[in-house]
Design a protein around this ligand. Structure first.
Ligand SMILES: CC(C)(COP(=O)(O)OP(=O)(O)OC[C@H]1O[C@@H](n2cnc3c(N)ncnc32)[C@H](O)[C@@H]1OP(=O)(O)O)[C@@H](O)C(=O)NCCC(=O)NCCS
Length: 191
């Protein structure tokens, strides 16, 4: 298995990952496949509070424009085996610096893990851990203070994975009027 950067021209190749509901995040990123389950989840008006700033817009349809926002990610990695993509992760520093006068250094700098999936058949074989190790190294290299992510309640099994990789539950988000399954668990990892 090798881990390497994904080129935007290869986005369609992410469809090689098992097209299950669990990996629909990756399809949202790439538009390789419509992400109906995601649309269902964002039927609540106040769900914009769930979305981190990286999404650029708060409208549900904006989630499907990830491909256009590809270059917002400073890291888009894939795991490849026998010329087949078996896992992917994308991440980026949050740019809260934009709220401060130019040149300000803002600490702590948060590094957001935006989407993460491993092919169903390849789970439990340390592919996810290998991808995450690269994200951790990158986070440190670029001087970010910690990694964060929002796990949906429909991704609760992944929380155990993150905890096994040194993450901790730092909070959760419960937007007003949203259903239980639209809430988010906030996980962080500190070097
Ligand atoms: C979460 C996910 C990326 C993990 O990838 P993976 O390649 O299966 O994970 P690994 O094999 O590297 O697992 C590393 C460790 O986490 C543990 N782990 C992984 N998935 C787990 C789970 N569902 N429950 C409990 N522990 C889990 C493994 O047991 C392993 O622990 P060990 O080192 O003590 O043996 C993968 O299961 C996945 O794609 N899930 C569906 C999509 C998803 O939930 N994405 C995250 C959204 S926030």
């Amino acid at each position: 298995m090798i881990i390497r950067n994904l080129d935007i021209s290869e986005c369609a190749r992410l469809a090689e990952i098992d097209p299950s509901f669990e990996t629909s995040q990756i399809y949202q990123v790439t538009k390789s496949k419509p992400a109906e389950p995601y649309i269902e989840r964002v039927e609540c008006d106040s769900v914009q509070f769930v979305m981190p700033p990286i999404f650029g817009s708060t409208s549900p349809s904006a989630a499907l424009r990830y491909e256009d926002e590809f270059d917002r990610y400073d890291l888009f990695l894939v795991a490849e085996e026998d010329d087949r993509i078996i896992g992917a992760v994308c991440s980026t520093p949050l740019t809260q610096e934009a709220s401060y006068p130019p040149g300000c250094v803002v600490m702590p700098r948060e590094y957001l893990l935006a989407a993460f999936a491993v092919d169903r058949e390849k789970r439990g074989q340390k592919v996810g851990a290998a991808l995450l190790d690269r994200v951790k190294d990158h986070c440190k290299e670029i001087g970010c203070s910690f990694i964060s992510l929002w796990a949906g309640f429909d991704y609760v099994p992944a929380v155990d994975f993150y905890i096994s990789q040194g993450f901790e539950i730092s909070g959760w988000l419960e937007p007003p009027g949203c259903r239980f399954d639209q809430c988010r668990i906030y996980l962080t990892w500190h070097p």
